[in-house]
Ligand binder design. Structure first.
Ligand code: SIN
Length: 489
């Protein structure tokens, strides 16, 4: 086992996060480079691991304009078109690369890749693995492929920034405050899920790095556009709620009320296959108006086929007493994905900042616009990870003199009442900065967040509150509804 003396080493590249984006970036950096990947907990506690549906790939050159258009339409044309074109165009190369390296996506008996459809895609172009365990399979594959050192149990609580340059991070490594220096730091720490009462995210995804960015004056963008997944089983005691993949609807599952009525057609002619923001809002609104429960109905599927196509869902829900496809599942929308994030260009570079990059869900390249198209996130992870590495490897090396960084929050990450405030924050985010917002609700949330910041709280809660403030401020500034930001007058 290699001994790692963080204090004496300076890494060429430090990657914060061991989800798909972080690991694919690591995979693309030559072995000779001194690279460290860190993650907060165990490596598989990340959103990639829980991704079910699949990864989009343009089918061929001819499909690119259609994939671009589907992505832009889902994003209410708020997307940066250049980023969307890069995403789609590069998908051909990255998908091929991953397959050539040995990743096995699901195929038919003749070895042809199977493509599925999800909401708002005009054709079937989503590849999947393990039926409904695409993220888990891809994560495992990339963990095995990664040739660089990975340090788990590393909680980053500060970025070492001086005069527009990042020199590394402060973190607890196995609970010990530690300084890790690096020539280049890539943030791949995911989104903000733990801020919301109901969410589908890994418990490690808690907006810490976004909060540090707010503190350092690094811009976040599109933070009003938080995405809610329409079909989530929320009736569990765990923080992470259980996703029922969009691929279920893509394959033909229906959303019904307790009388079996497919009410989503009241909201959009595409019914269950309208974009995620519309379906989430429809379910939320219908339940609010009628008091009726919404269900995902699988009764049209043949049992053997269902179990083969969705083995993990069948198994997981079986342990909860649901026998799919016979039983229907009660559903609610829940927070799923941050469309916005740390603002960067299409190489992951952060404006005005040297040595600091961002990729994956943590980033905002503008690719998702006001609402991400289903299954574009795994693709985004790999495409922009590859780009940041290409950019880093091409840039000239510079001699770096590390300044002294005195401040250390290592001992005050948590304070006694933090749990109470964290729970209050999760509630207020869900109630007031959720699927349907009002100006008054947002103003109340803003005051509450401000008030919590003025209590005696630990650093990690402070960082969550910084991010929550950025979301509420962005939501207040956008007075008209757009995509996943819906404001009721
Ligand atoms: C799902 O499987 O429904 C989630 C896919 C995604 O978030 O794009």
């Amino acid at each position: 086992m290699q001994e790692n003396n963080f204090l004496e080493n300076k890494y060429d590249v430090l990657i914060i996060g061991a989800g798909l984006a972080g690991l694919y970036a690591a995979m693309n950096i030559p072995k000779e480079k001194n690279v460290l990947v860190v993650c907060k907990d165990i490596p598989w506690e990340c959103n990639t691991f829980y991704a079910q549906g699949g990864m989009v790939t343009a089918l061929n050159e001819a499909d690119i304009p259609s994939h671009v258009e589907d992505t832009m339409a889902a994003g209410s044309y708020h997307n940066k078109k250049e980023a969307v074109e890069i995403l789609s165009q590069t998908s051909l190369e990255t998908t091929k690369d991953i397959i050539d390296r040995g990743m096995e996506f699901d195929t038919d008996e003749d070895g042809n890749i199977l493509y599925t459809k999800e909401a708002a895609h005009s054709i079937e172009r989503i590849i999947h693995a393990g039926g409904d365990a695409t993220g888990r399979y891809m994560h495992y594959f990339m963990m095995v492929q990664n040739k660089h050192m990975l340090q788990k149990n590393t909680l980053v609580y500060d970025l070492l920034i001086d005069q527009g340059r990042c020199y590394g991070v402060k973190a607890t490594v196995n609970y010990e405050p530690t300084t890790i220096y690096a020539d280049d730091v890539i943030i791949a720490s995911g989104g903000i899920g733990s801020l919301y009462e109901y969410n589908t995210n890994s418990r490690t995804v808690s907006a810490d790095i976004h909060g540090i960015c707010v503190e350092k004056g690094i811009a976040l963008a599109d933070m009003e556009f938080m995405q809610f997944h329409p079909t989530v089983f929320v009736d569990t005691p765990y923080a992470r709620k259980l996703l029922l993949t969009e691929a279920l609807r893509g394959e033909g599952a229906h959303v019904v009320d307790e009388d079996g009525r497919r009410f989503l057609f009241d909201y959009d002619a595409r019914g269950e296959l309208a974009s995620r923001d519309i379906v989430s809002r429809g379910i939320f609104d219908y339940r609010r108006k009628t008091g009726k429960q919404a269900y995902l109905d699988f009764s049209m599927f043949e049992a053997e086929w269902f179990e083969h196509r969705f083995p993990n869902i069948t198994r997981t829900f079986g342990t909860l007493g649901y026998h799919f496809p016979k039983d229907r599942a009660p559903i609610s929308p829940a927070f799923h994905y941050a469309n916005g994030g740390i603002e960067c260009d299409t190489n992951g570079a952060i404006s005005g900042m040297k040595g600091l990059y961002v990729i994956g869900e943590a980033a905002c390249t503008g690719v998702h616009g006001a609402n991400r198209l289903a299954s574009n996130s795994l693709l985004e992870g790999v495409v922009f990870a590859k780009r940041v590495v290409t950019h880093l490897l091409a840039k000239e090396t510079e001699e770096i003199e590390i300044p002294t960084f005195e401040k250390d929050y290592g001992n005050i990450l948590h304070k006694e009442n933090d749990e109470i405030y964290k729970q209050k924050l999760r509630q207020v985010m869900w109630d007031d900065i959720g699927i349907i917002r009002t100006t008054q609700g947002l103003l109340e949330a803003k005051n509450l967040i401000y008030d919590m910041k003025n209590h005696d709280i630990g650093r990690l809660l402070q960082l969550r509150l910084n991010t929550a403030s950025a979301i509420v401020d962005a939501a207040l500034s956008r007075t008209e509804s757009l995509g996943s930001h819906y404001i009721e007058s």
